[in-house]
Design a protein around this ligand. Sequence first.
Ligand SMILES: CC(=O)[C@@H](O)[C@H](O)COP(=O)(O)O
Ligand SMILES: NCC(=O)COP(=O)(O)O
Length: 247
Amino acid sequence: MEKQIILLGVNIDHVATLRQARGTRYPEPVQAALVAEQAGADGITAHLREDRRHIQDRDIYLLKDMLHTRLNLEMAMTDAMLAFAVKVGPQACCLVPERREELTTEGGLDVASAADKMRSACQQLADANIEVSLFIDPDSRQIDAAVAAGAPVVELHTGRYADALTKGEQEQELQRISAAAAYAHQAGLQVNAGHGLNIANVEAICRIEQIVELNIGHSLIAQALFSGLESAVRDMKRVMRESRLHG
Ligand SMILES: CC(=O)[C@@H](O)[C@H](O)COP(=O)(O)O
Ligand SMILES: NCC(=O)COP(=O)(O)O
């Protein structure tokens, strides 16, 4: 397989987390998105949670208007969120599981247990010309279900890999992601990945050649405190490019 460049979607949720902590007008997520684009981001991701803890509806409208690349709207699969997505019309929409009590997304969607709802959600978004992806664990059963639901893209949850406490556990999770990426690619799906990735753990993921795009947020916004967002995004892009080319 010829090596393809690997794309970076920058998740800006945690710019909004800082703003919401004080209810101020700053920092502005759209401004962060534009800086990320200038630094080489291939797209911008924002998760509009049902509890609106960080990103707000107005952020999504502004992003849709202002971006030069692509807006990937992450959201729960509810009727209200589907109606919102169809109204705004982002280029892409990633359906994710959500629990109000969680600190961050804890696992992938159980696509296999909600086949009819998934199929209908994928159809509604496709009818609105929105590319749908399903955020799933690296598991062949969920990949089969994503194909049956008619999703063209899956995003493999890398959280367990990122949180692994030992080298052995991390290697095992990497193998699961690698096998799932090959399986999903073989099944005709575009394979994206993300969650918990940072400059120290991203290289091995970039070497999985079926992965087209990574979505990375928390670690980039954290690094931006020290080196600025532009430099954080540029460094991440460089490491991703080098690991893909020389991996
Ligand atoms: C779906 C996913 O893995 C995340 O990117 C998600 O956006 C995490 O939510 P928080 O940004 O609220 O942690
Ligand atoms: N879908 C994953 C994402 O958008 C970014 O996740 P994180 O880097 O903030 O953990």
